[in-house]
Write a protein that binds this ligand. Structure first.
Ligand code: G16
Length: 543
């Protein structure tokens, strides 16, 4: 193998965010940009000598070229083997599973998740560690440090590897194995869930629509739902992954999955609607006439997980990210198990899962998962819902209603103010921080503040501290507002305002969420002086 050393200069913007490095595709296509970042990962993990890596992506624009580059740099760093998804395709949870199953030293995931794809849109690279989990903060810090001093990278000089078939190839000391992206993931799902019960459910006429949004889950959903579980052909729509996701945002929420929402709210609605995102780790669940918020979905799945074989002996604990509603905490309390609150970012669940402190975790950002991999997993969540529905034989709407009548309802909504000036966002937060100490006891827009703080997480497993993780305002009415800046955007800053209002088990669960949250929203806007800072009060997205 001929290895060239290429001289390069650092880029100053390669700091990984909530989930890897995400930038405009054209930024990644600049000379040496991708190469610098990949080599910096190798430098941060102590090199690649003799190691094995899994490589795959969600099929977005630049996926194929980036994979060839990563294979060449892996070879040049002395890697013994790379395991690549056929045609470069692997969902994020499938990568996590393959790393764990094959004992690989890590994996590269090429995706900007739910962000749109194309030459004018977004691209991203994420590195997962040998337990299958997204690189922890101390590792991403080492990567960033390495990007700031890089002077050269080695790259092997060989032809593109053909990734269309399944099999093995060799370039010098590097073995390249191309694998079926679905097979190992499917056999994992078969071990977790009662596939026979779900088959019977479909055989008895249960109807479903799964919108793969032209993203990576199409082949997975077709193989599992239609070919294996017997859902009728056509259950999976938009099932062919496209480099630009058909021009849409592969973001499974009521805004971007509107056609699915419209169907589910119509007279023709099937029993279950579901969607997944660009790289297959997020999910949306909709029943006939009822949208299930991700926070409620986590709580309902936790309360019913014992109906699936993998969780029949009970849960060790439940974890949620801080902005996620407290609905799952109430389930944990009733089950007598631990409830953990972590910062936003799946990487924070890893230690809790590895230490067997939690079995199920989830986030308001449409992610749910369990100990089976170290990523959130969109199809896993859909299959657990199917398993629960197959056992309970009642509708999604009935399950939700019963859940609220047992635990109460956490009305919830997230408002996103996108592409705002970074300085505007920073000044809003600076001012907000100075007000925190004075807020308790104040009545603002008709609601009284109980407590206010900036969330800091003390990891109970390794003792690490992550501070500055969002501002929380608690109200006496059992309401909460959270302010946070997104760590996944690629343009300017995105302010997220999370609103929550608890309604007890015997209260009114039938309100429109926006109406139920109006008082908290008014107080939140006033507390952060939203209009003064941003010049507007209407969010770009409300989910
Ligand atoms: C990533 C992380 C999630 C996180 C989400 C939201 O999701 O993996 O853990 O909740 O970002 O991030 P933010 O609010 O900072 O934009 P994904 O699906 O984009 O990889």
């Amino acid at each position: 193998m001929i290895i060239k050393s290429v001289a390069t200069k650092p880029y100053d913007d390669q700091k990984p965010g909530t989930s890897g490095l995400r930038k405009k595709t054209r930024v990644f296509m600049q000379p040496n940009y991708l190469e610098n970042f990949i080599q910096s990962i190798f430098n941060a993990i102590g090199g690649g000598d003799g190691k094995t890596f899994v490589i795959g992506g969600d099929g977005r624009y630049f996926n194929a070229e980036a994979i060839q580059t990563i294979i060449r740099i892996s070879g040049a760093n002395g890697a013994a083997k790379v395991i690549v998804g056929q045609n470069g395709i692997l969902s994020t949870p499938a990568v996590s599973n393959l790393i764990r199953k094959t004992g690989a030293d890590g994996g590269f995931i090429l995706s900007a998740s739910h962000n749109p794809g194309g030459i004018e849109e977004d691209f991203g690279v994420k590195f997962n560690a040998s337990n299958g989990e997204p690189a922890a903060e101390r590792l991403t810090a080492r990567m960033f440090d390495a990007t700031r001093v890089i002077e050269s990278y080695p790259i092997a000089d060989f032809e593109d590897v053909d990734l269309h078939g399944i099999g093995k190839a060799r370039r010098g000391n590097l073995e390249i194995e191309t694998v079926d992206p679905v097979a190992d993931y499917l056999s994992l799902m078969e071990r977790l869930f009662d596939f026979d019960a779900i088959r019977k459910l479909f055989a008895n006429g249960f109807s479903m629509r799964f919108d793969a949004m032209h993203a990576v889950t199409g082949p997975y959903a077709q193989a599992i739902l239609e070919d294996c579980l017997g859902a009728p052909k056509g259950t999976v729509v938009n099932g062919v992954p496209k480099p630009d996701f058909g021009g849409g945002h592969p973001d499974p929420n009521p805004t971007w999955a509107k056609p699915l929402m419209d169907l589910m709210m119509s007279d023709d609605a099937p029993d279950l609607g579901a969607a997944s995102d660009g790289d297959g780790d997020r999910n949306m669940i909709v029943g006939r006439g009822v949208y299930v918020t991700p926070s409620d979905s986590l709580a309902v799945l936790a309360a019913n997980a014992h109906l699936a074989p993998a969780y029949a002996s009970g849960l060790a604990g439940i974890a949620r990210s801080m902005p996620t509603s407290a609905a799952s905490d109430r389930v944990a309390k009733r089950l007598g198990i631990g409830a953990y609150e972590t910062p936003t970012g799946w990487k924070f669940f890893g230690n809790l899962l590895d230490a067997d402190k939690v079995t199920i975790c989830g986030e308001e950002s449409a992610g749910t998962g369990s100990t089976h991999v170290r990523e959130k997993d969109g199809l896993w969540a859909v299959l657990l819902w199917l398993n629960v529905l197959a056992k309970r034989r009642i509708s999604v709407a009935e399950i939700i209603k019963e859940h609220w009548q047992t635990y109460g309802r956490n009305y919830y909504s997230r408002l996103d103010f996108e592409a705002i000036e970074t300085e505007e966002a920073n000044s809003l937060f600076r001012e907000l921080r100075t007000r925190l100490a004075d807020l308790p006891g104040q009545n603002i827009a008709g609601v009284t503040v109980n407590a206010a703080d900036e969330f800091s997480y003390n990891d109970p497993v390794d003792g690490s501290i992550s501070s500055g993780q969002g501002i929380r305002i608690f109200f006496e009415s059992e309401g909460r507002a959270v302010f946070r800046l997104s760590g996944t955007g690629t343009q300017g800053a995105t302010l997220r305002v999370y609103l929550e209002q608890y309604e007890p088990a015997d209260g009114d669960h039938t309100l429109d969420p926006q109406a139920a949250l109006k008082a908290i929203q008014n107080a939140a806007y006033e507390i952060c002086r939203l209009e003064a800072h941003l010049g507007r009060t209407e969010p770009d997205t409300r989910t």
